[in-house]
Design a protein around this ligand. Sequence first.
Ligand code: G6P
Length: 594
Amino acid sequence: MCGIVGYIGDKQAQPVLLDCLSLLEYRGYDSCGIAVSSRSIEVYKDAIRVAALKKAAPKLSGKIGIGHTRWATHGAPSQLNAHPHLDCTGRIAVVHNGIINNYQQLREQLIGEGHSFTSETDTEVIPHLIEKHYQGDIIKAVEAALAEIDGSYAIIVMVAGEPRLVAARKDSPMVIGIGDREKFIASDVPAILNFTNRVIYLEDGDIGVITADSVKVKQHQAEVTRTENKISWTIEDAQKSGYEHFMLKEIHEQPRVIRDTLAGWMSAPEPILDLEAVRDNGAEAMLMLACGTSYHAALVGKYIVQELLKIPVRAELASEFNYYGQALAGTMAIVLTQSGETADTLRAMKRLKEAGCRVVAITNVVGSTASRIADQTIYTRAGPEISVAATKSFIAQLMALYWIMLSYAKIDASRLSSLTAELRQLPSKVQEVLDNQDRIAECAKYLAGFKDVFFMGRGINYPVALEGALKLKEISYLHAEGYAAGELKHGPFALLGSKTPVVAIVAQDNTHEPIVTSIKEIKARHSPVLAVVPEGDDSVEELADSVIVVPQVEPLFSPVVNTVALQLLAYYTALQRGCPIDFPRNLAKSVTVE
Ligand code: G6P
């Protein structure tokens, strides 16, 4: 949930670290800091954003350094709680992403042994443990310290005067960037793309020793080989390219994302997933699991499976499944996670595997932890998504679900070919929604004047209502709730009135009539209604206060165009309210804590 970075090479470390950190802020941004080593270690850190740190930090001289951008878990955002953390001697510095479960016990033990602590963080036990075990060999000391730790971590350790960095990971992501006579370590690839596109992914349990000229990786004391990968996307893909925010850029990339995501699969000789096994398995057929926006994709997926495969399917929140969920051996479990690093999702994957399920991950990040745990991984091709609010990764997940399920659809041939043809049209349909953004921005201006907003949808558009509400609340800070249209009268009606607008998603399927009826009932309670309506449908023109027209598509695909319209609605509402759109308060893109 935090971003970590390390540099060793022939450049001054400070500017490199700050550059990388600014690309890692999506992982957390309540405080940040750097440490640079020459003969001694100098640290500068504070509860400020990276841009402010860049201005405030004095020049720290040295060609080895580590940095951190924080999403607070243990201890409030403050100068003292910011990373890097040091041992008592000030000669060992550590940055950490993850959670140390037994930190309290370790801290008490270390205090009893004479160590003194300056922060409230769980991380601070790490440099002290390393100090305790250090007898001239930093690698042995790190190994011994990690053996005492129960939890998740990606750490980088730096020792004053030593020309190397030690990196280790367990359940938190980490990559090593390879340059000429310089190396980089980071939580994620975009952070180092300004410098190199050659990377090595560390695996769970790996300890890497990195010098300017070499990378050595050990696993259980033995040296292992980790292959080098070339990243095909560029820093431009991970930058704003003239858009005011990453979120707007990423929304606008969606026609391309749909095209790219489908292109590879359509030309593949084999289906991307073998579902025959699911059919033959007499047990429960399919389970979908995810968190946040990806969970909404799973909910849409449930409707797609029911409609096309006609087999029983469940969609569950990973965080709930981990406490109450059960799965039968043989179940096909499809796990959706854009980052591939969400802690709740990873834990659920491990439980599913223990239960004997076949686990398929749909993720956007090559080499992510989810891809390592899964029996099979299907990569979406959304490219790097920087804005905390997921947009293009969600649409790419839907594309994966549509394509997989269409490959095995139990429907007649003519419907199948018309659906496949329609699917190919989706990039241009989404482009039409984007071309209508000025109209959506006008509606957003109106919405920005309220405090509470309901979203309602039915059937396959019920998850779209949930997603529309989630987008609005996370970036505009308006209170928003998504509801199944039929449920509004079981509670929310008590809150309806002229100050409570309802965004209604009107689809041209069997839910059309009941949605129109719901709109009439809502209007009778004087709530403003903003309807999202397919082109040519004038059934709510007289009823609704405002209308956003989206292109006509096959109802099964309507979540795509409707979601894009609601993404823009949320974006422009947040813009109107002056919110920090790409980095909403208290949220992070990759939630690596449970
Ligand atoms: C965080 C992000 C969301 C995302 C969720 C699940 O809350 O801010 O945008 O939907 O995590 O992430 P995943 O990477 O598993 O899809």
